[in-house]
Design a binder for this molecule. Sequence first.
Ligand code: HEC
Length: 185
Amino acid sequence: MRRRQRAGIVPRPLAAALALSIALAITIGTGRAAPPGSNVPDALTRRSGLQLARMPRAAQLYATNCQGCHGEVGSSAAEIPTLAGRVGYFTRIPEGRRYLVQVPNVALNANSDADIAALLNWLLATYSRAQLPPDFQPYTASEVGALRQARIEVATTRRRVIDALVAAGQIPSADALALPHIVLY
Ligand code: HEC
């Protein structure tokens, strides 16, 4: 009983010092985590004081719809295909461009066609700019609206798209988009 009472009373100067050191730790953490030019949601939220509302809308959409699986840097668990440094390859041929909209988590997403188009354009520019073709045309809402009506069998379609990318000389080999063995296709 006496012990509990004592624990509850923190002398004021000590409480102030504690609060200050916590604030300092957070500030230092933020400074290190947010590279100045970064566009990735997690860095943005830390730079903007953990406020999603201050992020561009497309980044917010990624953070709230995709990041849980694909990760803050476009790469996460082995079971989830890495988007960073790869996803842009798909846009080099029409079938690949279609595939990115028809992948289930994109096609079935509850956001509007315009939001999905903005999200995909942002995703490609943020995580895979170097893999985009020089004449890349951003997705439009009407293109997304039409493409997302189709339901694909992901494994077969993905394999077909990769074969076509290799045949068109757009990727050096299928290895450029290979998935770890833990993924079944
Ligand atoms: C619940 C986890 C999950 C969420 C949420 C999710 N994805 Fe995925 N994503 C996957 C998995 C798993 C795959 C592999 C294909 C499949 O099984 O559908 C995938 C595949 C993809 C691919 C194809 C990559 C490739 O190499 O074939 C793209 C592009 C993609 N997701 C984008 C998105 C976008 C954009 C969002 C947000 C709107 C999103 N995903 C949300 C799990 C997720």
